[in-house]
Design a protein around this ligand. Structure first.
Ligand code: G1P
Length: 280
């Protein structure tokens, strides 16, 4: 059985909810305290044992590449000073993995972004992290928990959490049958048989929403190639995963940990307060 080594980061979106901050800065580079959102995601992937980061970027996103690279001028200026320690974390991230990039030329949805990343992933199972869902917990990170689950079940996995029903039109929402597995907390594993992208309250199949962590098997690419535009006229990963769910190949996992929706200002401020309190 091959281990999961690669992590895909769709990072081509415009970040319109953070305008004007995101006019010239990628939303993935907005910092929670001193660290850009994307770095949190990369660190979570490294902690899960992944060493190959595949980033789907777009126009105006070059600062992402510069961030995960050496800045010789800065290194030279800072070397031997008291400020050198500020670079410790990012240096260890750069040393722990490789980064490769491809560009999504047109914005045609998350499914399309993931399909664009095929060239970097190839024929192996991989993780997907949406950096604006920022996750934290004291034990194993969410991705680490999911990688372990994949090793046991060898199928697609989506991380889910319970949401207030009125929020269902912001998420992919799943339904299915509980899997009994004594290694996991009661009701934390669901064999998915239905999933709907951003349903209205009355159409939501449950209150379990997908958050931005996925493990996908490479057959998802063939499904995505056939997936027609869905919600919002975009190619949705939720629709492609529904095809896999119909043949029993998707598990939803209620993860351990806290997740912040940093795709909107309220969640971003909450995450900032949380990490600030934690760091003091
Ligand atoms: C995407 C997915 C959605 C998922 C969400 C998690 O939506 O399409 O199914 O629930 O991420 O954050 P987006 O937030 O990009 O609109």
């Amino acid at each position: 059985m091959s281990k999961i080594k690669k992590c895909l980061f769709p990072a081509a979106g415009y970040g319109t909810r953070f305008l004007p901050a995101t006019k010239a800065i990628p939303k993935e580079m907005l910092p929670v305290l001193t660290k850009p959102l994307l770095q949190y995601g990369v660190e979570e992937a490294i902690e899960a044992g992944l060493d190959t980061m595949a980033i789907v970027t777009g126009r105006g996103k070059r600062s992402i590449e510069d961030h995960f690279d050496i800045s010789y001028e800065l290194e030279h200026q800072i070397k031997g000073t008291s400020k050198e320690s500020y670079l410790t974390e990012i240096r260890s991230v750069i040393n722990a993995c490789t980064f490769s990039y491809t560009r999504q030329v047109e914005m045609r949805g998350l499914g399309h972004a993931i399909l664009t990343g095929e060239t970097l992933i190839g024929d192996e199972a991989f993780a997907v992290v949406l950096a604006d869902d920022l996750c934290d917990n004291d034990g194993d990170g969410v991705l680490s928990q999911m990688v372990k689950l994949y090793e046991k079940y060898q199928c697609c996995i989506v991380a889910v959490e319970e949401i207030p029903p009125e929020d269902s039109n912001k998420y992919g929402v799943i339904a299915g049958d509980t899997i009994k597995d004594s290694t996991y907390a009661k009701n934390s594993l669901v064999r998915v048989n239905d999933m709907v992208e951003k349903p209205e309250l009355q159409d939501a199949p449950s209150n379990l929403a997908i958050i931005g962590r996925y493990i996908l098997t490479p057959d998802i690419f063939d499904v995505l190639r056939e997936t027609q535009p869905g919600k919002g006229g975009e190619i949705q990963i939720t629709d492609a995963l529904l095809e896999m769910a119909k043949i029993g190949k998707v598990i939803a996992y209620k993860f351990d940990g806290t997740r912040f929706d940093c795709g909107n200002v309220d969640g971003f401020v909450e995450a900032t307060n949380y990490f600030y309190t934690k760091s003091n």
